[in-house]
Design a protein around this ligand. Sequence first.
Ligand code: MSP
Length: 644
Amino acid sequence: MCKKPYYITTPIYYPSANLHIGNTYTTVAADALARFKRLTGYDVMFLTGTDEHGQKIQRIAEEKGVTPKEYVDEIVAGIKSLWELMDISYDKFIRTTDDYHIKAVQDIFKKLYDQGDIYKDSYEGWYCTPCESFWTETQLVDGKCPDCGRPVEKAKEEAYFFKMSKYADRLIQYIEEHPEFIQPESRKNEMLNNFLRPGLQDLCVSRTSFNWGIPVTFDTDHVIYVWIDALSNYITALGYGNEDTTLYEKFWPADVHLIGKDILRFHTIYWPIMLMALDLPLPKQVFGHGWLLVDGGKMSKSKGNVVDPVALVNSFGVDPVRYYLLKEIPFGSDGLFNNEIFIKKINSDLANDLGNLLSRTITMIEKYFDCVVPAPTAKEAIDDELIRLALDTPGKVEAAIDELKIPEALEAIWNLIGRANKYIDETTPWILAKDEAKKERLGTVLYNLIESLRFASVMISAFLPTTSTKINEQINAEVTTWNSLSAFDGTSAGNKVNKGAVIFPRIDVDAKLAELEALREAQLKATKKTEMKPIKEEITIEDFEKIDLRVAKVIACEPVKGAKKLLKLKVDLGGEERQVISGISQYYKPEELVGKNIVLVANLKPVKLRGELSQGMILAAATDDDGKLFVVDPGDLETGSIVR
Ligand code: MSP
């Protein structure tokens, strides 16, 4: 019989940083869906990979003194081993540096250019000469280059543009006619109202300021914009643009692109427009899941709250981590990762509910029937409810997965597990065991329990594959197909069970929390060490003496009109007043600065920022991600004092 194809993708990951539990979430969810579809009879293509081009990668590689390719090769190996650790069953891993992808993207770009959807024009922006980078107005920090902090100048660069506007109306109509295309529903409205309906601008799709990208074949000074390169992966991975297009014919259009909500705009606007321009069908669905937050909001290295999936798996095993991500994060909305809730969930759902059901059942079969599964020959009415629930559950799980509601699917399975535990309390097998005349009834009860466990094990295999294998070993499951769940008789009487280790030992919550806290602190220290920026080129004392640092007192301060981040300060240098513009309004209110002593770089060439003269620069210390900033405080030294 020919199986129905099912194509699911994750985003391709930037190899610029270590992946945290938030990134892991997308891929674990996609893996559960892919495994479930395989289990229920589909021919699945599950694609993931890495998005390896762009200026950022080029810069990091330069800083490290290696080529971009050498740099990404190392990171990609790490990403692959993380997916192995997380039990990710991808069918294909695409790298945007793969030859077949590069060729296909070049052909796509050329085709769009030849048919007039891509045209050459010039790009106006702010240019930082030392960095050779173009920036838009909004990217500037305090009117300066966001990378090096130096002044920028208005400049024009030649670039290619994609006529997004040409396809906007068609896309609006498509989205309106296909309510399932963007999910969840709320995200669809956001795309329509915030981006599409107000009007689309043409998109700049080439760069000349760096070269780590796919060259435009007919104009090799240009590299293709990284999102055009990256989004194409969903079809190039299937052979589109290359000789063998069998996979493309079979799997495109994708059933679902599973992505985080932050990249929804690229997937529901740029990507469908690219496909329309190429005259290709659109993916059936783009599902933008919510953000995984930690206590204190987003994960950030400087806050020290990044949750490392490797450390969690090493400490708890892979399935507890998968279970928490899949069950506790409402699919589609933001969710929280919290160590205490995580550990308590392992104890309640995995150790108590599932683990106990298995060990109680196996122990009783061992004790009362010498490990041999008894035949269900003495049925009673009380069995019906359990059996009916077991038979109904696969349908419920399938219906939930069809709507991508993974937590609901797990909830249905855990209802069955809970019902089976309740059935033990109701039937009290240990009392039945005391009466030889009730041996057949005891056997039936234990049969129903082991068969319920088989049902649970088959169903959880998509979500917790390792646990399912362990259960199958202990119950010695002979059939584990989805179809076998249509009848409550897949366990053979006479089969021997294998008592094994406890699958989820109970965790001492306080001890483990303390252990995790210690681990977090150690990691924070290690990150600080490895993240330390290289010290700049050595200078002589004479070089340093060229910088004139003075203590100055702030005598007035107000925001700069129309510039969110800038403050205008009047400072007294002890005999001279100066005006300084400083990008610190996120961190200080004007009144907090008035009367304060600061350190001023007094001989810095004056510049104009947003039309205001800035005569010098205030020294401040800040974290990399702009999380914190402190103006350097010279105490109550006299104004004008020299700082050395
Ligand atoms: N390279 C692009 C994707 C290109 S796809 C054609 C990219 N990569 S990423 O590495 O930054 O992100 C990968 C995935 O991780 C995205 O789906 C992103 O939304 C997701 N997440 C990153 N942090 C996250 C959380 N804290 N929580 C949930 N998912 C988050 O974007």
